[in-house]
Write a protein that binds this ligand. Structure first.
Ligand code: ATP
Ligand code: MG
Length: 265
């Protein structure tokens, strides 16, 4: 039986903009995320996906409800919950290795505590030969691989990923998805992953949470039925793949149309 790692219980969040009444962004969200699960969040722009990740990270707090990690309230950021953004946000004046080891070095940990593991991740991301290069000497995909290694080095229990491959070209994206899948299988980290890409969600996720917008709510949770290990080629010829993809696209279309109508009214 799976254990619950993260729990959202009746979570609501509103933001105020000037003199306008507060805008409810997340409305009464209930969600249990299992230990070691790969969960994708999918929904129209502005439905509150990043807001949800920020709450899980502890960067921000809900107006109502609770977010729990192992049954304990999340109140502040913590190294047990790593975050990866669309932009790799590397320090340009630090080498690849120094970027990856930045966290433990700032904590004052001795080298033997983190260096072997950093070298392990450098190998995993295929950048062993680039340890002493600077970010400006790398491609966008290579930089995002460094960001992945940096996020995983402290051994987080949970990784929160906000469209981490959104800025990459299609081929690099596929490579990154396979890499992420491999590291996730090796580590068993619980992942909450935001994407706009239906194929990406179907390749990576155990479950896909479809959000509705204005205010953000859970509209539907889709169990992704494909056995692992998955390959993009095998999925493409699986008839269930087309069915799942069509269902998701239909929901996204409905939600986007709804938003469009709302904007026009
Ligand atoms: N710190 C903030 N202050 C005020 N409003 C905010 C803040 N953060 C988010 N919002 C508002 O909350 C809504 C949801 O934003 P959010 O970034 O969570 O959406 P999203 O689903 O991640 O969208 P996208 O797919 O475009 O990234 C938006 O209307 C946004 O303007
Ligand atoms: Mg966002």
């Amino acid at each position: 039986m799976s254990t619950t790692k993260l729990q959202l219980h009746a979570v609501s969040k509103a933001f105020s903009h000037g003199k306008q009444p507060p805008q409810t962004v997340l409305d009464d969200i209930y969600l249990d995320i299992h230990q070691g699960e790969f969960l994708c969040l999918l929904g129209p722009s502005g439905c509150g996906k990043s807001t949800l990740l920020n709450l899980l990270a502890g960067f921000d707090h809900p107006d109502q409800g609770q977010l729990l990690l192992d049954g304990q309230a999340i109140t502040a950021p913590d190294p047990s919950r790593g975050m990866v953004f669309q932009q790799p946000n590397l320090f340009p004046w630090l080498t690849v290795l120094d970027n990856i080891t930045f966290g433990p070095r700032m904590q004052g940990l001795p080298e033997p505590h983190y260096l072997p593991q950093a070298q392990h991740y450098l190998r995993q991301i295929g950048l062993e030969r680039y340890a002493n290069h600077y970010p400006w000497q790398l491609s966008g995909g290579m930089r995002q691989r460094v960001a992945l290694a940096r996020a995983w080095l402290p051994g987080p229990e949970v990784l929160l990923m906000d469209e981490p491959f959104g800025a990459l070209d299609a081929q690099t994206r596929l490579i990154m998805q396979e890499l992420l899948n491999r590291i996730w299988s090796d580590t068993g980290t619980t992942i909450v992953f935001v994407t706009h890409d239906v194929d990406e969600a179907l390749f990576l996720a155990d479950r896909i949470v479809m959000l509705a917008a204005h205010p953000g709510r859970v509209r539907e949770i889709i169990n992704v039925p494909f056995a692992r290990p998955r390959t993009p080629d095998a999925l493409l010829v699986n008839p269930d793949y087309a069915i799942a993809k069509r269902r998701i696209l239909q929901i996204l279309r409905e939600e986007s149309t709804h938003l469009f109508d709302e904007a026009l009214s």
